[in-house]
Design a binder for this molecule. Structure first.
Ligand SMILES: NC(=O)N[C@@H](O)C(=O)O
Ligand code: NI
Length: 161
């Protein structure tokens, strides 16, 4: 039986069990650059084992909803941040872990200007742009070792607005 998942608006509270939401909301933590720039300071928990933090550029193909969610993955050796290089919303899927198996996936749509950081080991859908050109800066662990674990669902979920 196919389970349908409705997307919801991304909030820091709702995402807190899975990772961090980065955004310029409210008053800046500090005004810098002669008062011309607000710094929203240190918004993500970066966490890497035996490796370095790296910044890569991802250019992902646009997806459209409704979308089949066939798999989620996780990175046991480090966090992973998706920072969009546009103001376009994108899809973020996460799931809780139950003894090594992802359960109860939830789907969020980001607001323009939001970026996310999956905490180490968080089950997540892969980068999923909803608009072209799907350009993102990705901050994650660069190093040797098994830092990718995939889980393919027996029955795909359907993600819908
Ligand atoms: N595999 C890779 O570099 N990207 C994935 O980790 C992803 O979450 O998109
Ligand atoms: Ni990933």
């Amino acid at each position: 039986m196919t389970i349908r998942i409705k997307t919801s608006t991304l909030t820091a509270d709702a995402f807190a069990p899975y990772g961090d939401v980065m955004q310029a909301s409210g008053a800046p933590d500090k005004m810098i650059n002669q008062g011309k720039c607000g710094r929203f300071h240190d918004q993500a928990q970066l966490d890497f084992t035996d490796g370095q933090a790296g910044i890569s550029i991802f250019k992902g193909e646009k997806e459209t909803l409704p979308l089949r969610l066939e798999m989620v993955e996780r990175h046991p050796m480090g966090s992973q941040a998706f920072v969009p290089m546009s103001a376009d919303p994108f899809l973020v899927v996460v799931a809780r872990d139950d003894n090594g198996t992802p359960q109860d996936p939830v789907a969020f749509i980001t607001a323009p200007g939001q970026a996310i950081n999956f905490h180490r080991g968080t089950w997540h859908g892969v980068l999923t742009p909803l608009f072209e050109p799907g350009l993102f800066a990705v901050v994650d662990r660069i190093g040797d070792g098994a830092n990718l674990q995939e889980h393919w669902f027996e029955t795909p979920y359907i993600i819908e607005e």
